[in-house]
Design a protein around this ligand. Structure first.
Ligand SMILES: *Cc1c(COP(=O)(O)O)cnc(C)c1O
Length: 373
């Protein structure tokens, strides 16, 4: 079965093998060396002033960011399940939440954020997804962060990059906290989250909030290449291995370039079949299609072609399907997927098969080789 869900994503063989070594004790010089090397590689990926690894899923990092960086009112952007989660975290931890709510295909604008800030001076942090995985939507986070910091430098910008870090370059110069999770773009099993922090964030954190999710305790320890509590040793060994693997196969810029080309080629191939791309501003992390046949297409992909793509949640259940673009994905696998979608449409009786999807995918993906633009 080809796993094409936007998280979890497939783990490359070199990484699986690296994680097959015997368990190391976390309070040893051997593990501290691995930790230090992993930190160095993470700084290259995040470009932030500090990086912290936490043994929890992505939501744990979201909670630690909100509780440590917001002390009064959070402004959250709800264009899907993950944005909604930031608001729920604020309320569950005794903070106030101000929410901008949209349909799951609609990105928030800079103007909406600025007017929400003007209306409520108690807002001291903003939490938003770079890529909202519920509908495959990209929010203009860097533009928002720039505009916010120009007017309100004290407001903390928390960016959920769980389906963005490792997918595309992210300008962190106005972002105080950038969150990543192991099982999405970082191609690892679930259970490890990473936060990139600015110096501004570190000074606001001060002594930190909470106990396990207290970022001050982790910052102090991780600067010394250890963790406050037992480290997720195996996942950190895996993280070092995947970051080394990315370097070995040509570096992160090459991965960004291939991901962008593959996402564009997939979207155009499916649009050429008459399918519709759901989000108004598609993220590169996944290709999201809304179709009355979404459920039938997903079932045929799985049963006839051994391809597992994700469906929708809540009101989008049975209405969309999402094809992962995160990670090291061979283009021939994606050709198989778009071709399978075309065959599925033929089986449903929607459109006669003529090979359009794979032709368009190849033309767009390989356009530089083919000498077009
Ligand atoms: C998956 C995901 C999360 C939640 O991460 P968990 O690891 O499931 O806790 C948060 N934000 C986004 C954008 C995601 O895709």
């Amino acid at each position: 079965m080809l796993l094409f869900t936007p998280g979890p994503t497939p783990v490359p063989e070199s990484v699986r093998l690296a994680m097959a070594t015997p368990t190391l004790h976390h309070r040893t010089p051997e593990f501290e060396t691995i930790f230090e090397e992993t930190r160095t590689l993470l700084f290259k990926l995040f470009h932030s002033d500090e990086v912290i690894m936490m043994a929890c899923s992505g939501t744990g990092a979201m909670e630690s960011a909100v509780t440590n960086l917001c002390h009064d009112t959070l402004l959250s952007v709800n264009s899907g399940k993950f944005g909604e989660r930031f608001g729920k975290i604020a309320l569950a931890t005794g903070l106030k939440n101000d929410e901008i709510k949209h349909d799951w295909d609609v990105p928030v604008s800079v103007e909406e954020i600025l007017s929400a800030l003007k209306a409520n001076p108690a807002i001291d942090a903003i939490a938003i997804q770079l890529s909202e995985s519920a509908g495959g939507l990209r929010h203009p986070v860097e533009e928002i962060a720039k505009a916010v910091k120009a007017l309100y430098p004290h407001i903390m910008m928390i960016a959920d990059g769980i389906t963005a870090v490792g997918v595309e370059p992210i300008d962190v110069c106005n972002i105080d906290c950038l969150i990543a999770g192991s099982q999405k773009a970082l191609m690892l099993p679930p259970g490890l989250a990473i936060l990139g922090l600015s110096n501004g964030a570190i000074s606001k954190i001060g002594k930190g909030k909470g106990y396990y999710l207290n970022l001050a305790s982790e910052i102090k320890k991780q600067k010394q290449n250890t963790t406050a509590y037992t480290a997720a040793t195996t996942l950190i060994i895996g993280l070092r291995a995947i970051l080394q693997e990315i370097d070995n196969v040509g570096g992160i810029e090459k991965l960004y370039d291939e991901t962008a080309r593959r996402a564009k080629a997939t979207r155009q191939a499916l649009e050429a079949l008459g399918l519709h791309s759901y989000p108004q501003s598609p993220a590169l992390s996944m290709t999201t299609i809304d179709s009355p046949y979404a459920k039938e297409i997903r079932d045929i992909l799985k049963i006839d072609f051994d391809v597992n793509v994700a469906g929708g949640q809540d009101h989008l259940k049975g209405k969309i399907f999402r094809i992962n673009q995160m990670g090291l994905i061979a283009p021939y696998e994606m050709v198989w997927v778009v071709n399978a979608v075309e065959l599925a449409l033929a089986k449903i009786g929607e459109r006669a098969f003529d090979g359009t999807a794979s032709r368009v995918f190849n033309e767009v993906y390989f356009n530089t080789i083919l000498g077009k633009n």
